[in-house]
Design a protein around this ligand. Structure first.
Ligand SMILES: [Ca+2]
Ligand SMILES: [Ca+2]
Length: 208
């Protein structure tokens, strides 16, 4: 239909006219592209897809190899580095940390301690003792042994638009006018309305 796109176009113009210093129009929830014109949802930064016209939301200086300085649930921080590896890679016979600290004699020596720990899901030896971890979409509870649902929606960028946490999982959805993509987390405008998306996203993100 024509009316909504006209309305969007008008909102777009309004936003552009009101944007004397374009970069200041990005809300705190948005990322300012290097072109200093375009604002995109922060969730689209470093998601592997170029959303800024200049691709600056995926540039290496913005997206370091490890996206998060802190490890995700069920991940292990390799000693003295920012590298996070999945807990299942500890003592799996392969060197995954650069210094090899994920493997060694402790793997065998601590097996009995692991049994004694009584983890709900899984246990692995680490250099600092046995540690529990959980199946995907779960995280350790306060007792460090049992597992509880992990709220994926608290991680920025899990879904590009709407995120709904569920017990043991989560679902992404899109606002009116957008379609969920096969990756089940990103949204693209219907009808190839790429002009709006690329040139005027701030007019569309208000209700997201
Ligand atoms: Ca390993
Ligand atoms: Ca969940």
């Amino acid at each position: 239909s024509i009316a909504p796109s006209l309305l969007t176009a008008l909102q777009c113009w309004g936003a552009m006219l009101g944007a004397a210093a374009p970069i200041s129009t990005c809300s705190p929830k948005q990322f300012a592209c290097k072109d200093q014109i375009t604002c995109i949802s922060k969730g689209w930064r470093c998601d592997g897809e170029k959303d800024c016209p200049d691709g600056s939301d995926e540039s290496p200086d913005i997206c370091p190899q490890s996206k998060v300085s802190r490890c995700q649930p069920n991940e292990h921080n390799c000693l003295g580095t920012e590298l996070c590896i999945h807990m299942s890679k500890l003592c799996n016979g392969l060197h995954d940390c650069f210094d090899g600290s994920d493997e060694g004699p402790h793997c065998r020596e601590q097996l009995a301690n692991c049994t004694a720990l009584g983890c709900q899901h899984h246990c692995v030896p680490t250099l600092s003792g046995p540690a529990c971890y959980c199946n995907n979409s779960f995280q350790l509870a306060e007792d460090r042994r049992s597992c509880k649902d992990f709220d994926e929606c608290t991680v920025y960028g899990t879904c590009s638009q709407t995120c709904t946490n569920t017990e043991g999982s989560y679902t992404c959805s899109c606002v009116e006018g957008y379609l969920l993509q096969p990756d089940n987390r990103s949204c693209k405008a219907k009808n190839g309305e790429s002009l709006q998306e690329a040139a005027c996203p701030w007019a569309l993100l208000g209700g997201a």
